[in-house]
Write a protein that binds this ligand. Structure first.
Ligand code: BV8
Length: 254
């Protein structure tokens, strides 16, 4: 599907080219075309009977640490076989072209870094990192005793993924960075997120309040749609490369 399918208004292309600050917020949808199920996709196989929101909580982990550890181990394994898609690569190109570019993600899959983005603000952590549940410090290696979850080498507590669960505070420095980038930008792109999870979902509204142009890229409508300046209803893996090609004709062909 070439860029002729998406009609990008001249005003948007001008803002994208000339903005001194562009901020992007991504959600699970940008990884969908890489084959990573979105957070609200029906879970498959062994995990079909669980809702992610019921597993991604400290209470669920304390109630059944093995189940929650195994769920993340399964998701990490799934990530082993996936690669960044054209949408991720387009955002890496955008970072190259725009000095004032900030990429904020809710995703924990690390695909933006693998696509080449060097500055990624991870609001919800990263599934490839592990920390001690009690001490909260990152743990690089531990003795595999066969126990699940494995235990912290220094205090013996349960290890857990370094992600933000429901009911847990976001990393303060990451959220502060995301908030200031949302308030300072002229253009805010909300890509592949259902705009349901707070405080991340508040970021585009901060941008709107500071008179930014706000663009939503999502095949479906979300609570943000009615307030967005522009909505492009389609997959980010097609829309983002098309947008870059329109804005910078020397952008790699689709
Ligand atoms: C906190 C990490 C306070 C773990 C995640 C009522 C009002 C306001 C807030 C709340 C409330 N009730 C409860 C809360 C708080 C809660 C919250 O917002 N709940 C929601 C459900 C209402 N928030 C929290 O608990 C946050 N913490 O508030 O702490 C606090 C303060 C101080 C001290 C203590 C506590 C923490 C939230 C973080 C939770 N962790 N993930 C893990 O991954 O396992 S959130 C989880 O949802 C993922 O990170 C995911 O990224 C995120 C958002 O989901 P999306 O990314 O949007 O994914 P989703 O599947 O929903 O949507 C995908 C979209 O992509 C769809 O729209 C689809 O159409 C689109 N799409 C599909 N294909 C494509 C596509 N788009 C483009 N291209 C495609 N090809």
């Amino acid at each position: 599907m070439g860029s002729d399918v998406f009609n990008f208004p001249a005003q948007l292309l001008n803002v994208l080219r000339s903005a001194s600050r562009v901020t992007v917020l991504t959600g699970a949808g940008i990884s969908a075309e890489s084959g990573v199920p979105t957070f609200r996709d029906a879970q498959t196989g062994l995990w079909a009977k669980y809702k992610p929101e019921d597993l991604a909580t400290p209470e669920a982990f304390q109630r059944n640490p093995r189940l929650v550890w195994d769920w993340y181990a399964w998701r990490r394994e799934q990530l082993g076989g996936v690669a960044p898609n054209a949408g991720h690569l387009a955002l890496a190109e955008m970072e190259q072209r725009l000095p004032g570019f900030t990429l904020v993600t809710q995703n924990v899959d690390g695909l933006h870094q693998r696509a080449g983005n060097r500055r990624v603000v991870e609001l919800h952590g990263n599934i490839t990192r592990t920390k001690c549940f009690d001490e909260r410090c990152l743990v690089e290696s531990w003795e595999e005793t066969g126990e699940v979850p494995p235990h912290c080498p220094s205090c013996g507590g349960n290890l857990r993924p370094d992600v933000v669960w429901f009911g847990e505070a976001l990393p303060p420095e990451a959220f502060a960075q995301a908030l200031s980038a949302s308030r300072a930008c002229e253009l805010f792109l909300s890509i592949g997120t259902s705009s349901l999870v707070y405080p991340a979902a508040a970021l585009p509204h901060e941008a709107l309040e500071h008179r930014a142009v706000v663009v939503e890229i999502n095949p479906n409508t979300t609570p943000l749609s009615l307030q967005a300046s522009y909505c492009f209803r389609g997959p980010s893996g097609q829309i983002l490369p098309a947008l870059l090609k329109e804005a910078w004709s020397d952008s790699p062909s689709l």
